[in-house]
Unconditional design. Structure first.
Length: 321
């Protein structure tokens, strides 16, 4: 019986459509062959409150990425993964990790940067479910996903957690080396919403199913944020979103005029006010202190335990009063 991973003989699992034979060891834009390279797995308490809850989100970080964001705070594993410890895993190996996180009390299994590993991830989920995985599965992506691939994993993912980075292709080209992000991401969001619906919480306020969209506000580019928010309002005024203030010029960000600084409080306030003006009331917001609060160090065994990264979420839910 075949697996979804078998399709990697001519890889088109993301919009790059590299067409390489990853099963034969060839690599495309993501620089990862067919094996799953895992940079970190563990309980994480810095996600939005419905994901972290009180026991933590069971995060699994894949190495590599299909974007090249110059400001990536996870650049150690997305861009420079050859320089940090990682583990090569089979789907059965990863299934064991998922079950261990479930045993440790994780509210969910949270796959971070899965767009280029979507089929291997899906095979691992199926293996874990066959061995007793019952907690929700989170697909935590940069938003540059292939709709066709998402349709193939329908029913395996409970919670979609995509970024909505840009609705301006010039920004995508300049900051993430992608030509068509603005064309791709609307269809991705519609497919995700169609699969899982709006975010649903249990009695303890922990997410069990649905879509939660993240948008990182970039300094000096508020019109891009307004475009992104209008798209979400058009999709549904009831959509859940996380408006992130945590931008700081990580990785190569200091080399790019305009984003070589942190976000100002007045810029963030303008975007959160605009969000409410659009009628988007299911929004999580952050304190600007998050600009230094969430920075991981993947050279450490526990990357989120450093003083800069913190372990407690600062998001709170904001409603119009």
């Amino acid at each position: 019986m075949g697996t979804l991973t078998d399709q990697l003989t001519q890889c088109e699992c993301c919009p790059r459509r590299c067409g390489v034979n990853r099963l034969a060891g060839q690599v495309g834009y993501c620089r990862i062959p067919a094996g799953m390279l895992i940079s970190h797995a563990g309980l994480h308490f810095g996600e939005e409150p419905p994901l972290s809850g009180t026991k933590g989100s069971g995060t699994v970080f894949f190495a590599g990425c299909n974007l090249r964001c110059v400001f990536c705070q996870n650049y150690q594993i997305s861009q420079e993964f050859q320089e940090v410890p990682s583990w090569l895993m089979t789907p059965e190996d990863l299934a064991s990790v998922m079950l261990q996180l479930q045993d440790e009390g994780a509210h969910n299994i949270n796959f971070v940067s899965p767009s280029h590993m979507i089929f291997q991830m899906a095979d691992a989920i199926q293996a874990a479910k066959g061995r007793g995985l019952t907690i929700p599965v989170v697909y935590n992506s940069n938003g540059y996903d292939a709709v066709e691939a998402l349709r193939q994993i329908r029913g395996l993912v409970d919670i979609y957690l995509p970024d909505l980075k840009y609705l301006d292709n010039e920004l995508g080209r300049r900051f993430s080396a992608v030509d068509d992000y603005a064309e791709v991401v609307p269809g991705v969001l519609r497919e995700m919403l169609d699969q899982v619906g709006h975010l649903q919480l249990d009695e303890a306020g922990v997410a069990v199913r649905g879509l939660l969209v993240r948008h990182l506000v970039l300094p000096g580019h508020l019109e891009n944020s307004r475009r992104c928010l209008r798209l979400l309002a058009d999709l549904s005024p009831n959509i859940f979103l996380s408006i992130m203030s945590q931008y700081s010029p990580q990785y190569k960000g200091c080399d790019y005029p305009g984003i070589d600084r942190t976000l100002r409080e007045d810029e963030y306030a303008e975007i959160t006010d605009f969000t409410l003006d659009l009628g988007l009331q299911n929004a999580f917001v952050q304190e600007l202190a998050s600009q230094s609060h969430y920075l991981p160090d993947f050279e450490q065994e526990r990357p989120f335990d450093s003083p800069a990264s913190g372990s407690e979420p600062s998001e709170t839910k904001k409603h119009r009063q």
